[in-house]
Design a protein around this ligand. Structure first.
Ligand code: 13P
Length: 212
């Protein structure tokens, strides 16, 4: 099996897993991976992540041209913006999962990091989570905002929309996305209780030991 065929199968497999875990619903969300030649495979627009067809997954050039498959996600452009800024990124997960989207709808005083460092795995897998202002899905102006943020962040949150999470591999991006959703859930479970997020020193130690 070629690299491309195998990555097409990975997208189908992970799409179904994310759908079955109720992290994706309806036709919301999109996934992508980057091929060795710089083109990306991205889920087709309006497709259910639970029922992807490997042969129909869109192949898009770094410049945004459709090379093969069905018409791509209307958000393929922000996937390309992240890949452009993060040379080591090989995969991106964007979903509308419940707890993360709930966090994206709150008023945030600080927008540079909108979830507290509740656990070491959140710090390791997600890191700082900046909030980008609201754009209509498919609005190309979003690409500029994503481009400006992606260089220094593997994850970011789109206001009233949901997270964009990147990783070196699809496994890594999915695991980071799941970690983010769990932290968002913890955030609401803890609610107004007096909580003790990790200290500045603990976060610095995690970053020093687990820096990749
Ligand atoms: P697409 O179906 O075009 O990928 O859009 C889904 C989505 O998640 C919009 O935010």
């Amino acid at each position: 099996m070629s690299e491309e065929e195998s990555l097409r199968e990975d997208l189908v497999r992970y799409g179904r897993v994310l759908y079955d875990r109720r992290l994706a619903h309806g036709s919301a969300g999109n996934l992508s991976v980057r091929l060795a030649d710089g083109a990306i495979l991205v889920t087709p627009t309006n497709s259910s992540l639970g029922a992807l067809d490997a042969a129909r997954i869109s192949k898009v050039s770094p410049g945004g041209d459709l090379l093969a498959g069905d018409p791509p996600s209307k958000e393929a452009f922000f996937h390309l913006a992240v890949y452009e800024q993060r040379p080591a990124a090989g995969a991106i997960v964007h979903l509308h999962s419940t707890y993360s989207v709930a966090v994206s709808c709150l008023c945030h005083e600080r927008t540079d990091d909108i979830l507290p460092p509740l656990t070491a795995y959140h710090v390791m897998r997600v890191g700082k989570l900046p909030l980008l202002k609201y754009f209509r899905p498919g609005d190309r102006a979003l690409a500029e905002a994503v481009r400006a943020t992606a260089r220094d962040h593997k994850a970011m949150m789109l206001a009233n929309h949901g997270p964009i999470v990147s990783g070196r591999t699809l496994d890594e991006a999915v695991h980071a996305y799941e970690e983010l959703e769990e932290t968002a859930k913890l955030f609401f479970i803890l609610g107004d209780r007096k909580t003790a997020p990790l200290t500045f020193e603990a976060v610095a130690e995690i970053n020093a030991v687990f820096a990749s």
